[in-house]
Design a protein around this ligand. Structure first.
Ligand code: AHG
Length: 300
């Protein structure tokens, strides 16, 4: 089954269907650009123009595509310092974008991804729990799409003629024991070090690629926990609340998992600024609760 048909079957509104299909078409262009190594910074293309970095190209391409859709009022992109207001748009949607997450992994041929959050009513500076839809695309050996409109989490795969075809419906995060811990161990807070040690003692297996999209995707399929914690000198860790943590947490929660910054659900955090970062624990409920227990006990 193709994506549009699936969205119709899920009861998505016509505008939501058009927007998600537009976004996923733009992701197909990104997949193609990666394949043809378009936009390698510092290189010259066949027309003799100096190329821009692929992540900058992907950002421009997605924002332009959303502008042309006339469905979107505001876009917040990881690559932009401010929320982009789309003038002359009749649209009401607010979209958060990380157009190409993990772009530093392109050189070594590891998987990378695009992350998107969708609000039906234009304000993107909202708590994650207010999202109406979220999706990510993994550019790996296969190009896969995972989306939710709050009616289950569904996976599609891009076929050879450019259609996203249903691969797995109603994904539920299984009980599993993988852990993907970001950040340098020497910079961990003591309670987080103890937590990671406890996971190891419980038989968790290390699986970390350095790309949040493939790492969280693996946790969604196999179970376990992804974390990028608060660090000694960076008390909000590295990852961005609006662009990375909210949409991916939203998907994992829709698939029966949980998310936390150690003290509260990621999805209940009110953004203070577009560039907010947050520590994150996302995956199986028991592994997230265990992180909160270690965090809580460190405060006593
Ligand atoms: P970038 O897009 O700059 O490559 O960053 C990727 C993000 C995220 O995808 C990943 O989980 C995290 O940064 C990895 O950070 P470390 O390199 O510190 O592990």
């Amino acid at each position: 089954m193709k994506l549009r048909e699936h969205l119709e079957q899920q009861g998505a509104t016509e505008h939501m269907i058009t927007l998600i299909c537009r976004i996923t078409d733009l992701c197909k262009d990104i997949a193609n650009a990666i394949l043809h190594q378009q936009g390698k910074a510092g290189t010259v293309n066949i027309h003799g123009d100096e190329q821009i970095a692929l992540d900058t190209w992907a950002d421009d391409h997605m924002i332009q595509g959303l502008r042309e859709s006339k469905l979107v009022k505001t876009v917040a992109s990881e690559e932009q310092d401010e929320v982009v207001e789309i003038l002359k748009s009749d649209g009401e949607f607010g979209v958060t974008l990380d157009p190409l997450d993990g772009s530093s992994l392109i050189d070594v041929n590891l998987s990378i991804g695009t992350i998107v959050g969708i609000f039906e009513e234009g304000n993107v500076m909202e708590k994650g729990e207010k999202l109406d839809a979220a999706l990510y695309v993994v550019y790996g050996p296969l190009t896969t799409l995972v989306y939710t409109i709050k009616k289950g989490v569904h996976e599609f795969v891009l076929n050879e003629i450019g259609d996203f075809i249903l691969r797995k419906e109603n994904l539920q995060i299984p009980q599993g024991k993988l852990y993907a811990p970001g950040g340098l161990a020497k910079d961990y807070l003591p309670w987080h070090s103890n937590y990671i040690k406890a996971l190891g003692e419980k038989g968790y297996k290390l699986r970390y690629s350095g790309g949040m999209v493939p790492d969280v995707n693996q946790i969604l399929h196999k179970g376990g926990i992804f974390t990028y914690p608060a660090l000694q000198e960076k008390n909000q860790g590295k990852l961005r609340l609006l662009f990375e943590c909210n949409p991916l947490s939203f998907i994992i929660v829709q698939a029966g998992g949980a998310c936390s910054d150690g003290k509260q659900s990621i999805l209940t955090k009110t953004p203070q600024g577009i560039g907010d970062r947050t520590p994150i624990y996302v995956g199986n409920k028991d592994a997230v609760l265990l992180a909160e227990k270690f965090c809580y006990e460190s405060d006593q």
